[in-house]
Design a protein around this ligand. Structure first.
Ligand code: DGL
Length: 253
């Protein structure tokens, strides 16, 4: 079983930002990546629909022998991870917006969270803020359209920069000095977001922490891959295969 791949999925290419961190930390691990681009974005969908997609993809990954599954999507984690854990006999690692480290880091006492509307509306997110924000003010900002820009490969276009300006301006105006990238697509826009908000604002995402959690679980279950060669990725998508291939080659060369 230790030679089996890690299964990882997202509504699209966003989870590749998490896969990059897993590969950095665990270079020998093979992975099967599933981009649900045919159903992207999840952000505006009802919870039950996201649970159904997450279950279908989990079954696909388990049928291909995945030893652990990473739900590399904040929206799918908030909507579905509890259901997945209760239903399938696999270890799961989910995403959690970096509210806790952001609350520890802020000096102004104001933290902004950029995420999808569905992620911000989830009860799991409200619990996270209630438990970990302490006395810090947490301002949330849904970002419709941003995931679609990344899915289209429009990382550095005027329209993307306009959206970034529109979504970050109220947070910066309210005094936020830390912004949480609460969607796995956003780390691909990190240089653009940083350029818009300026160097005094810190940006936090959770990819590296998730990679460490994957390592902890694989160590605990004696499932680390002992092979010497570099891990390989098997790519799957429910969307346009040619577009997906161009994108994953660009995002994870
Ligand atoms: N990458 C997903 C997330 O982390 C994007 C959600 C969407 O498809 O709207 O939330």
């Amino acid at each position: 079983m230790s030679a089996a791949p890690i299964g990882i999925f997202d509504s699209g290419v966003g989870g590749i930002s998490v896969l990059r961190e897993i590969h950095r930390l665990l270079p020998a691990e093979d992975a099967i990546y599933y981009a649900d681009s045919g159903h992207c974005p999840y952000g505006g969908k009802p919870r039950q629909e996201i649970v159904a997609r997450a279950s279908t993809i989990t079954e696909f990954l388990l049928a291909r022998g995945a030893k652990l599954i990473v739900v590399a999507c904040n929206t799918a984690t908030i909507a579905a991870v509890e259901h997945l854990r209760a239903t399938y006999p696999s270890p799961f690692v989910g995403m959690e917006p970096a509210v806790k480290p952001a609350a520890a880091l802020t000096r102004s006492g104001v933290v902004g969270v950029l995420a999808t509307g569905a992620a911000l509306a989830g009860e799991k997110f409200h619990r996270l803020v209630a438990q970990h924000a302490g006395g810090v003010r947490v301002i949330t900002q849904p970002c419709p359209g941003l995931v679609e820009q990344v899915e289209a490969g429009e990382i550095d276009t005027p329209r993307t920069l306009d959206l970034i300006r529109q979504y970050t301006a109220p947070l910066v105006a309210a005094g936020a000095d830390v912004l949480v990238l609460g969607c796995t697509h956003y780390p691909f826009l990190r240089p653009q977001i940083q350029a818009v908000v300026g160097p005094q604002v810190r940006l936090l995402d959770t990819g590296e922490a998730v990679a460490r959690q994957v390592r902890r679980l694989l160590e605990r279950d004696a499932l680390l891959n002992p092979q010497q060669r570099q891990g390989r990725v098997e790519w799957h998508t429910s969307g346009d295969p040619a577009l997906f291939e161009r994108l994953h080659r660009r995002l994870m060369p």
